[in-house]
Design a protein around this ligand. Structure first.
Ligand code: PMP
Ligand code: GLU
Length: 400
């Protein structure tokens, strides 16, 4: 029996599918079951020592107080320089806000831009789970542009065009993409930018948190196209490239009025991000990226291993990710099969079946706007990846 009345807002809010699956995997592990957890988008590497040392040094020198809401000037300067160096983007320090993770950067932005269901946000699908829910929580309406594995999960321009309207406030995508690993290269970005010329009031939100995890192509920032910097919010963070998920540090560069609105919101909700985390972050951005590159090499090798192993599972259609550490097979040919009389109706059923039968945790594509798919996060060692596919293969063979 419910005692307290919860807000309508939260009653309509779905739990994060990635975090829920990770929790289910943890619960099995706690029962001493050997689960291979390929559900969570979290690198298994430790944070590089040089970054940890910098945080310790900051604590020891008394850098333990509140920071400016937007982030320390030292970190914002390092971010501004990094945007120029790596991305050919121009964001001055007052166009940058540091937050408790890129997730908060996106939440601030949605709260600053959206009020009511007529405020539409075009999402290129498959999309990262939290975009959809955060947009709705802020009061706006997500408008989804679908794509499929046959075109490597790049939505067709005519579909994107059909989704844009006078109500569109933002267009959101991540590159490399979570959950597909697809990279939107220079040509893709040029095509999107061209289309948007007819919609000058639409803000582009480019989530580049996987920027440093790119395998064969070159990362490209849509904001670097002429005329786009001033209409692009570029989101990034330390979680993936520097394996700093638990540090909670992300940032955004955006037109000044938007950044300043986000600062007002963050000032009421959480204040500035942690002081010593920011000191370490500034150091990470200005240091040599050789450890980051090594981690990227490891992900590339794991990707190749995963693709090789998955080629035995012929009923799944796999994509070839360009970056990040996700692969999103189309698993719809498995739907309709049964095990002990229990039917696999959809990707959610399949994820639960594989968790219970194979002890491999994956995430159903539903929450990513890809109901025919299942997400595999290959952020574990190659041995574990190989073992996981063996187990999946054996579990699928039990279906008829
Ligand atoms: N954007 C994307 C595309 C992500 O996959 C994630 C999750 N790691 C985030 C943003 C949020 O990252 P964090 O809050 O850890 O910086
Ligand atoms: N973004 C990662 C993922 O997609 C981490 C979990 C989360 O923040 O949702 O799995």
């Amino acid at each position: 029996m419910r005692r307290f009345k919860l807000s309508t807002r939260v009653q309509h809010l779905n739990e994060s599918a990635t975090l829920r699956m990770a929790q289910m995997a943890r619960e099995l592990s706690n029962r001493q079951i050997d689960v291979i957890n390929l559900s969570l988008g979290e690198p298994d590497f430790d944070t590089p020592t040089y970054i940890k040392e910098k945080a310790k040094e900051a604590i020891d020198s008394g850098n333990t107080k509140y920071t400016p809401v937007a982030g320390t000037l030292a970190l914002r300067q390092a971010i501004s320089d990094k945007f120029k160096r790596d991305n050919q983007l121009n964001y001055s320090t007052d166009e940058i806000i540091v937050s408790n993770g890129a997730k908060q950067s996106f939440a601030n932005l949605c709260n600053a831009m959206l009020d009511n269901p007529l405020d539409e946000v075009v999402l290129l699908a498959p999309y990262w789970v939290s975009y959809y829910e955060i947009i709705r929580l802020a009061g706006g309406s997500p408008i989804v542009v679908h794509s499929n594995v046959a075109n490597n999960y790049k939505p067709r321009l005519e579909d994107l065009k059909a989704a844009l309207s006078a109500n569109t406030r933002m267009l959101v995508f991540s590159s490399p993409c979570n959950p597909t690993g697809t990279l939107f290269n220079q040509q893709d970005c040029m095509e999107i930018a061209n289309l948007l010329k007819e919609y000058p009031d639409v803000l582009v939100v480019s989530d580049e948190i996987y920027e440093y995890i790119v395998f064969d192509q070159k990362h490209f920032s849509i904001g670097s196209i002429e005329g786009m910097n001033e209409r692009t919010a570029t989101i990034n963070g330390f979680s993936k490239g520097f394996s700093m998920t638990g540090w909670r540090l992300g940032y955004m560069g955006a037109p000044k009025e938007i950044t300043q609105a986000c600062i007002r919101i963050q000032g009421q909700y959480t204040s500035g991000a942690s002081s010593f985390t920011q000191a370490a972050g500034a150091f990470a951005l200005t240091s040599d990226l050789s450890i980051t590159r090594k981690m990227c090499e490891a992900f590339k090798s794991r990707r190749n291993t995963l693709i090789r192993e998955l080629s035995r599972i012929t009923e799944w259609t796999i994509n070839i990710p360009d970056g990040a550490f996700y692969l999103l097979p189309d698993v719809s040919k498995t739907f309709g099969k049964k095990h002990n009389g229990n039917m696999i109706h959809n990707a959610e059923d399949l994820a639960i079946y594989l968790l219970n039968e194979a002890h491999v945790a994956l995430v159903s594509g539903d929450a990513f706007g890809a109901p025919n798919c299942i997400r595999i996060s290959y952020s574990l060692s190659e041995e574990k990846v190989i073992e996981a596919v063996k187990r999946i293969e054996a579990a699928l063979q039990k279906l008829s």
